[in-house]
Ligand binder design. Sequence first.
Ligand code: DX5
Ligand code: ZN
Length: 217
Amino acid sequence: MIVSPSILAAKAETLTQECAALEKAGATWIHIDIMDGVFVPASTFGPDIVAQIKAACPSLYRDVHFMVDDPATYALPYIRNGAQSVTFHVENYDEATIHQTIAKFHEMGLNVGLSLKPGTPVEAVLPFLEELDLVLVMSVEPGKGGQAFLPSALEKIAFFKKEKEKRALSYAIEVDGGINAETGALCAKAGAEILVAGSYLFGKEDQTERVEALLHE
Ligand code: DX5
Ligand code: ZN
C-alpha cells in the first residue's frame, strides 16, 4: 500500500516539517490539494507550495490533485515547480478535451490521473482508462478535509479493479476522503492501491503508528 498524506490538514507554519515527519514515518507520496474557489468554494495553495515541498522532502512523490475549473491551464505553474503526478476531474471538460489534456500532460513527462466526484458514475471515466496512470476515487465531496467517508466509493474502487484486471490496464487506484485505519482497510479490500489521508495523519502524536496502520492495509 502507498500512503499519500494530504497537506490540506497541515498547519501552514510547520508544513514542511510535518511532511518530513510523515516521510520518516513511512509515507512515500505527498498529496497536494489545489482548489481555485470556482470548481469548489475554497481556494488553497499557490504554485510555491510544490517548490517548497520539493526542496524540503525531495524524495516524496508529488501527487497533485487539482480541484479547479480549467486544470489544463491552471496546472502549468505547479508543473514547472515540480508536480510529478497531475490529477484532474472528469467533470472538468467534454470527452475530447479530456483526451487532449491527458495527452498534453503526458507530453510534459507527467503521470496523469483522473478523479470522479461521489455523484459521478464510473462510466464517465471508462473512455479514458487506457490512457491513465491513476484513477482517483473521491470518497467525500471535494472541497475540504475532515469529512466522513462515503461507502459508495467502495463499489467504484471494486469496479475499477475489475476493469483493470479484465483489460490488463496499468493505472493505479487511489482513494481520497475520510480515510482512517478502518475505512482504509475497506478500501484496500476493494482494490485501492494508494490511500490519501489528511486529518487522520497530520498533527497526531502517534503519526508513525497511523502511517504504519495504513501502509499495512
Ligand atoms: C478533499 C481533498 C482531500 C482531503 C482529504 O477535497 O481532496 O485530499 O484533504 O482529507 P481527509 O483525509 O481529512 O478527509
Ligand atoms: Zn485530494
